[in-house]
Design a protein around this ligand. Structure first.
Ligand code: TXA
Ligand code: MG
Length: 357
């Protein structure tokens, strides 16, 4: 598919009250097509998880590396045995976590069933499974009657899409349908939790935190994403080794005592402006007045409101692209709750570098 007119954009209300639109999307999925749809985290680029050829089209449409596996989305527990085969402890953990967090923003890694094509899991013996909370996503999976394999609906390496306009920017002409169900509530991708091993391990932070996992399962740890991936090391989650979430601009991420961070950013901004560079600043509400006079100062929300920061992050990274920003000077945010996920995405947008002041 090359022509942009080949992609249909269909608006749907948040509750998915449009049986006809859902039927068209479900037929497209069943016929091996690609449908972008809203979830509560970010938009997904979906295909029938059992159709290897359709799954291959996902990788092609995104320009995704062939060794980065996809998440399989289900609409209820009935689909679980079709895609996974858990032992007793894995099943117990999955059900306890599911009871507390599903439908919702957590993906669980469990042993895969043979019926899931290798192209979904990129040859891994495990599969990531998620039951999304967004009514449109649930109804779409239900109408299709098959689990839907879906990565985030962005071009590989670009910030994930938290609204349909972002999907349109990246994937027009590359997919069959873009189902526009409005803005995503959470704004950052799901927590990826590996429950296939001894100890539950968070591979990617999201709205479901380590504290939640420990409260529910009594045990758990989190991969240390601050350390980055060292040369020659095999990451547990293939996705961790790719530079991600990056706007076209270079992102410089400043960490330290808030007053010192503000001063360092202001000084750097003025230096770069004097040299004729297009800069932008990514901050939080309380600091907006401090950067007065600088161009393109965007706020993630209140410094204490991690949920707002998560909801705004990818939209603002994309906004800098629209503004033609060459360098984004960004403040770190507190790593409380979903703030840990916000920092993880910022850190990766900055190429794994922190400037400590
Ligand atoms: O919120 C989300 O998770 C969104 C929505 C659409 O559901 N999806 C999403 O998919 O973010 P994607 O493909 O952009 O990220 C999936 C992540 C990747 O980092 C991938 O490496 C990891 O999950 N992953 C998938 N299957 C895995 C497996 N079997 N073992 C380890 N990591 C896995
Ligand atoms: Mg992604």
């Amino acid at each position: 598919m090359q022509d942009e007119t080949d992609t249909k954009i269909i608006k749907i209300d948040r509750d998915g009250n449009d049986p006809e639109a859902l039927r068209l999307c479900a037929d497209t999925i069943r016929r091996g097509g690609l449908v972008c749809f809203p979830t509560e985290t970010v938009y997904g680029l979906g295909a029938n998880a059992f159709d290897a050829a359709a799954v291959a089209r996902i990788f092609e449409a995104k320009g995704r590396p062939g060794d980065n596996p996809l998440i399989v989305h289900i609409d209820g527990y009935a689909m679980l045995p079709e895609v996974s085969r858990c032992d007793e402890r894995q099943r117990d953990r999955l059900l306890r976590l599911g009871e507390a967090c599903w439908p919702g923003p957590v993906t669980m890694i469990v042993p895969k069933k043979e019926t899931v094509p290798e192209s979904v899991t990129c040859g891994l013996p495990t599969v990531g499974i998620r039951m999304p909370a967004h009514p449109v996503a649930r109804k779409l999976i239900g109408a299709a009657g098959v689990p839907i394999a879906a990565p985030s609906a962005n071009l590989s390496g670009r910030p994930s899409p938290s609204r349909a306009a972002h999907v349109i920017q990246d994937l027009m002409g590359r997919v069959d349908i873009i189902l526009d169900g409005g803005d995503c509530e959470v704004g950052v991708e799901s927590t990826v939790l590996d429950i296939s091993g001894e100890e539950p391990l968070i591979l990617r932070p999201g709205a479901v935190t380590l504290r939640d996992v420990r409260r529910i399962l009594g045990t758990g740890s989190a991969a240390d994403w601050h350390a980055g991936i060292r040369e020659g090391e095999t990451p547990r989650s293939p996705g961790m080794k790719y530079k991600h979430y990056a706007p076209k601009a270079r992102v410089l991420l400043y960490d330290g005592e808030p007053g010192a961070v503000r001063e360092a950013i202001r000084a750097e901004a003025e230096k770069r402006l004097a040299a004729g560079e297009r800069i932008g600043v990514l901050t939080t509400d309380g600091n907006l007045s401090y950067y007065k006079g600088l161009p393109d100062v965007l706020s993630l929300g209140a410094r204490t409101d991690a949920a707002a920061q998560a909801a705004n992050l990818f939209r603002l990274l994309r906004r800098f692209d629209e503004l033609g920003t060459e360098t984004v000077l960004a403040e770190t945010v507190p790593q409380e709750g979903v703030g840990d996920a916000v920092m993880n995405r910022l850190f990766r947008a900055a190429g794994g570098c922190l400037i400590r002041v």
